[in-house]
Write a protein that binds this ligand. Sequence first.
Ligand SMILES: [Zn+2]
Length: 480
Amino acid sequence: MTNRARVLKAERRRDLERRARDCRVSTLTVREATTLIDRWSWTDDLIDRLTSSVGRPRYLAWRGFFSLLVVHAMRTRGTMVLTEVLLTALAMDDKQRRIAGLPPFLEYHHVEGNFTDWRNAFEETVDRATGEIFPPRIPYSVDQLITDLLNATAPPFLTQYSSLAADGTAIESPYRRRSRAKDGRPDVAQGQLPVDASESAPAVATPGWPRVGVDGRAQHTVDPDAREGYRSPKPGQTKVYIGYEPTTLCDVPGIGARSRYTLIRAIAMRPAGSDRCEAGLAAVDTLPSPPEELIVDRGYSYTKEFGAGLVHRGIGMVADLHKNQRTTRPGPRAGTVFIDGQLFTAAVPKDQRSLATFPQGATQDERLAVAATYDKRSAYAFKPFGRPRSSGSQRFRGPALEGRVRCVNTPASMRKPETAKRPTTNCVPGQPCGCGITVTLPVRDYARTHQTKIYGTTAWLKLNRPGKSGGSFRWLSRSA
Ligand SMILES: [Zn+2]
């Protein structure tokens, strides 16, 4: 180290120590953090895998390091910059450091060294001399670790709801944009929700940029993991941004259940502009138990394989539809029709084929009135019959077989009384119709728009109400 570098380093240290004197860390926070680390099911296994069996013991022990990260996250409500993590350690008193398992004196390179070793443990290593490849020392995905850490933070009596909502949030990289694509179009994975044709990234050009990231995508900042993405902006934000998109899954109280708490249950962090189908399913796969239903926005349901991925996991989907999914098209057999992504008998009365949507800013009563028209139509829908077959197909039964409509071509259905919920169709005796048939559909064909609660119905509306997950994010920013 040159003299000048040594002087700079000492100056930085003095500056940090000065700032640390103005910081307060409460002993309660330290105790909460260490309790969390001790309760996290991975802690012992992680520490075992990270601890080498030879050489001197690590100066900053792993338990202390993990506790320090949590103390810092609690103190700063979630920011994680390593120099600031050191500041938190310096702000702790001797007793607090003892509780957390930290050594009495810490320097930046200790914190950074632990962090680097931890990160590297997720990657394969290659012996340069022999070419031998060693598997990662930590054989779990980062997604899984995060989800399990989240679950360790949730009080055990606040159990996961049977319905969860998936949502993507944009996190901007703090680094300056150096470049953009030649045509200025946002860099978003194929098959995602269409991006407004008028949107483009700000015109920035720096020689040597963009670089090509390890994933083959353009890297526009010095942050090697951040990518360009597209979001629905809040006021003052741009639609095209550079950073990350975590997919979060959070509790949604079921129909009729009172909203008591909504906790985030899983997070899958991805660079912005990544495939939401992959991120959403990865988040689901980290859960200790899958939900009965997943409520998703169009960012997920629009991708081709997401719905099928949920069907194969035995999870129902509740989603809003993109306007080009709200269509009527012929079904797989005569007498059947797809309406708003769901299979119906073609006996649906003509005036119920195309129903009004939920107006923006409508009151609860207005929305329920619209939903009532969808409820009425839902009598004519086909319902899945049994579980999907391993071959990737699903049987559906016509509504007359289920006793939800009365049709002359299914005599048994006519023996049931007509009610407001069980209409009689206008089918002509002897003329084939779809009411009483069973249809087999490949999962990949219907699952993209199929919903366990039929689109637009009261049951659908109650799960899919706007702002469904906003509460959780407020919770996160308050107490993280
Ligand atoms: Zn019929």
